[in-house]
Design a protein around this ligand. Structure first.
Ligand code: ATR
Length: 272
């Protein structure tokens, strides 16, 4: 049977085996999908070993996405733009192809929720690896504007420079002006219950708020959005499933249905 896995550190709480298990069941694909815990210093060695033993593909999560980018023999355009790889595939000649499905996963989830992106004013909070991965696919949807706000301004400017045709604005949190149609939280601050210092008036009832993080309870950022009266709010569980669906499609050539898998995961997380 074809073997796949997700590699990360830590990896115990990864939902990827459940997601790909449900995809395989739904599409009738015969495959196995495991968790692979790898020491910080032995990524290349462990991944090479997995492929040498016949493994077909890997998902890559924190903190190895940049290392996977360097490991891949060839890269997709979106992986190159993201500077990070979350999906590795062995090609027929044995070389390893690296792709990044995070950004297309986010866009797929936003569109599935009926949140149009074309012509919209988008604000992204944060300028870490997660944000770098989503900028290209968001720009492809032709928003009216895209602003990246970050505590460390140089990091936001570096991302903007990596997309020279995108006309991306860069701002400190406290300097943000006007309101936005969609605010995406890509900072890890809300994991620790913190929020960047956001001024009032940047969101209203017509705005949408999306957190790349997810959990059993709404995140600190989504609580903030609720307080601002933001009408549409979502965490990142749908993005997790959509990026997995894109990886599954790359590996197997079959596109699974995501809605029932998102619903099932939501139930599992609530019950945990
Ligand atoms: P990831 O790969 O998950 O994006 P990262 O590269 O460490 O992780 O980036 C984390 C992001 O969260 C950064 O934008 C970081 O801001 P800085 O670039 O200024 O460090 C942001 N972040 C983390 N903790 C924060 C906090 N307490 N307040 C504001 N921003 C925070």
């Amino acid at each position: 049977m074809d073997r796949y896995a997700v590699v990360g550190n830590p990896i115990a709480h990864s939902k990827s085996p459940v997601i790909h298990g449900l995809f395989a069941e739904q599409t009738g694909q015969a495959l196995t999908y495991d968790k692979m815990l790898v020491e910080l210093t032995s990524f290349d060695e462990e991944v090479a070993g997995f492929f040498a033993l016949g493994g077909k593909g890997l998902n890559v999560t924190v903190p190895f996405k940049e290392q996977a980018y360097r490991y891949a023999d060839e890269l997709s355009g979106r992986a190159r733009a993201a500077g990070a790889v979350n999906t590795l595939i062995v090609q027929t000649e044995g070389t390893v192809w690296g792709d990044n499905t995070d950004g297309v996963g986010l866009v797929a989830d936003l569109l599935a929720q009926g949140w149009a992106l074309a012509g919209k004013r988008i604000l992204i909070l944060g300028a870490g690896g997660a944000v770098r991965g989503i900028v290209g696919p968001l720009l492809e949807q032709n928003p009216q504007s895209l602003v990246i706000a970050n505590r460390t301004l140089e990091k936001a400017a570096a991302i903007a420079q990596a997309f020279p045709t995108g006309a991306i604005g860069v701002s400190a949190y406290t300097d943000l002006q006007g309101d936005f149609d969609l605010i995406i939280n890509g900072t890890s601050a809300s994991l620790g219950g913190e929020l960047p210092p956001l001024p009032g008036g940047i969101a209203n009832a017509n705005s949408a708020a999306y957190d790349l993080m997810y959990g059993a309870e709404p995140t600190t950022f989504l609580h903030w959005a609720e307080e601002q009266g933001v009408g549409q709010r979502s965490d990142g569980l749908g993005m997790l499933v959509e990026q997995a669906a894109e990886a599954f499609f790359l590996w197997r050539g079959v596109r699974p249905e995501t809605a029932p898998v998102i619903a099932r995961l939501r139930e599992m997380i609530a019950a945990a």
